[in-house]
Write a protein that binds this ligand. Sequence first.
Ligand code: SAM
Ligand code: SF4
Length: 440
Amino acid sequence: MEKTFYIETFGCQMNAHDSEKVVGTLLHEGYTQVETVEAAHYVFYNTCSIRDKAEQKVFNRLQHFKRDAGKGKVFAVIGCVAQQEGEKIFDRAPHVSLVAGSASYTKLPQMLVQLEAGNKRVTGLSLDTDEAFDTPFTRRDNPHRAYITIIEGCDKSCSYCVVPFTRGPERSRTSASVMEEARRLTDSGYSEIQLLGQNVNSYRDPSAAGWDFATLLDRVGTVGGIRRVRFTTSHPRDFVKPIVDAIDSNPNLCNHVHLPVQSGSSRVLEGMQRLYTRDQYMERISWMKNARRPIAITSDIIVGFPGETEKDFEETLSLLDEIQYDSIFSFKYSQRPDTAALQMSDHIPEEEKTRRLTIVQEKQRAIQIRQNSALIGAVEEVNVEGRHEALGLWVGRTSRNRTLNFTHAGPETGAELLGKYVHVHVTRGGPNSLAGETVN
Ligand code: SAM
Ligand code: SF4
């Protein structure tokens, strides 16, 4: 029991991948992972603080284990809430012994030694690092698709966002270490790689090679054994045409770009300090719409940013009409500590934010039904990701990042089909997925 740990992860893909690295480091240090809090001596929560709701989740968990259930266990809060709240977490949840942000994970082995020595107040909260958390011990959850962090932190200062405070300044990894990791992954059977960063477009190779993001993307796409390369997230300000050119010329690069716009109103974009106007964003969209390969475009939208008028909101709706995104994530603006937007006047009432969110989601749902119905009759290549036993369906993903549920009459067993690439004839399109059957 002494060297067992349980970890629960909240939030984005960066956090999911950080957890894979934390798990790998713990296993290397001789710990054993268990599936329940009850069976664990060390309990790790890798937290998200992007919106208030996400932040509350970890405190609810901690509250639950405050009394007897948590006796004899060592609780660790890591990730964005840890960085944001710091030592205040010890006051709010005195049964927590470790509070560490992602910029300190390189020191995880040292922090574990302190915990094992019985230290009840271990912290890793310095953002003062130029190192990225790059470890050879990553324990990946998915056997076919792997994340590779290429850049950590964020140097932008969007007025609503906590990330620059919780993840620190940008640190890019050398292109040689990224390429080496990609090769190692394909050697061990991975065929899909997802390059990760809060703003991958501002990747700058710190070594003499000096590659920019478009060059790195292009080169990763040429690694032998790779079938698909994805990347997230792009920032419109740093999204340049050579990225689209790379996608156009290399079919191993997935034809999907997630390019968060946040708002269709240039006035709101200025208040958000997003550093582009609607017209500049539309220019980037036109590069993709004019590409030779059909590129799926997805986005993030925030409604109810302080001072967002009805007219501003309508501009977001007209942007959705104009672009016809393949899908979006949409959020109500949430006030975050330390951010510039907190000081702005004219906060929008919660009910109004809810109303605007519903309108955005209904509009986008109609767009997706149209987009997906238009694919009926097409044959799509999917990577097989899973099996829905109850429905008797396989679950695959297309290069353009659509989920395609399908039937398959072939002789392969599950183990043989998972991770494979098969061609599927699309027979139905719903708001969030496609359905079909494999073609021989
Ligand atoms: N770095 C990425 C970017 O620039 O888009 C992703 C940042 S964040 C993990 C993902 C999304 O959360 C953002 O694109 C934004 O739409 C949303 N978000 C961030 N802060 C928010 C806030 N205070 N309230 C509501 N949504 C927020
Ligand atoms: Fe947050 Fe803006 Fe940085 Fe994205 S680019 S992480 S939204 S500050």
